[in-house]
Design a protein around this ligand. Structure first.
Ligand code: NAP
Length: 287
């Protein structure tokens, strides 16, 4: 068996087209991004998000603050953007410089504008199974699974990794769709025992080729979130050995799989945030 490739580039482009159509229909969608400091990878991510937002027809505001910005200054900037009616979605690029308390900053973002879905209110709503803004990476993975019509009801799903931005929200989204979910992490004993049972396997670890082909069940759907830069070759490697394609029924490549979906889904979240804010405004005018 050779796996069908789940094409994240093509699907990401399709989602961005849908977002552009929604922005045009809505009239105005504003996204503000905040970057503190000079981390080169963060600059690349922010520039990609800005470019994609502009291409989708959004009003994209690009705030780049110096590395020595104090926590109070950053919190004041967030408060201004929270109060700004032209801003529907707001994201602060992580990681932040060491002198800034990341949790304080995340909690300062208005939950209704939190397009990264990382505010505790949004994480809590996801935990409770209520509709909310969900982090882009797991949301994009759900879109991929749906697009390729991967059955989830009753399926055994294994998520490797329990970060707040990928592993945990992923597990909750799969649970909402009635999969039977196992979450594995660095202390999991005999990882292969779990992965070999998975109809749907999501690897979000950050270790190149941690999942070897013999850890993948025949016919499984494999989603590889890992982005590991090989120092020598400069190549981007996933958490799953690509030779697992021989066992799997569906598999995401690296690059060109999960990566291109994440930004597209953050943009989609900005549209969702704009719609929710508008319907809240209409409801409050009626009351
Ligand atoms: P993270 O916060 O570092 O979390 C990694 C998780 O993997 C942790 O839960 C850790 O367990 C677990 N882990 C580490 N070693 C393990 C092992 N040997 N066996 C089993 N589990 C192990 O990382 P993240 O932010 O979730 O990101 C994970 C990967 O996805 C990274 O490569 C990142 O670059 C990539 N990523 C890609 C995208 C995209 O758009 N494609 C988006 C986000 C992240 P403990 O909790 O026990 O420490």
């Amino acid at each position: 068996m050779t796996a069908t490739i789940i094409d994240g580039r093509a699907l990401g482009a399709k989602v961005r087209e849908e977002v552009a159509a929604s922005v045009a229909a809505h009239g105005h969608v504003g996204l503000a991004t905040v970057l503190v400091g000079d981390d080169p990878a963060s600059h690349i991510y922010i520039n990609l998000k800005q470019k994609a937002a502009h291409e989708a027809g959004m009003e994209a505001r690009d705030l780049k603050l110096p590395a020595d910005t104090s926590e109070e200054e950053l919190l004041a900037t967030i408060a201004e953007l929270n109060a700004d009616d032209g801003v529907d979605g707001l994201l602060v690029q992580l990681p932040l410089p060491d002198h800034i308390d990341e949790n304080r900053v995340i909690e300062a973002i208005a939950p209704a504008k939190d397009v990264d879905g990382i505010h505790p209110v949004n994480a809590g709503r996801l935990y409770l199974g209520r509709p909310t803004l969900v982090p882009g990476t797991p949301l994009g993975i759900m879109r991929m699974l749906d697009e390729y019509e991967i059955p989830l009801e009753g399926a055994r799903a294994v998520v490797i990794g329990r970060s707040a931005i990928v592993g945990k929200p992923m597990a909750h989204l799969l649970l909402q769709r009635n999969a039977t979910v196992t979450v594995c992490h660095s202390r999991t004993r005999d990882l292969a025992r779990h992965t070999l049972d998975a109809d749907v396997l999501v690897a979000a670890v950050g270790r190149a080729h941690l999942v070897s082909p013999d850890m993948v069940k025949a016919g499984a759907t494999v989603i590889d979130v890992g982005m590991n830069r090989n120092e020598e070759s400069g190549k981007l490697l996933g958490d799953v050995d690509p030779a697992a394609m021989d066992h799997a029924a569906y598999m995401t490549p690296v690059p060109g799989g999960v990566g291109p979906m994440t930004i597209a889904m953050v943009l989609q979240n900005a549209v969702t945030a704009a719609r929710l804010r508008e319907s809240d405004a209409i409801a409050s005018r009626r009351n």
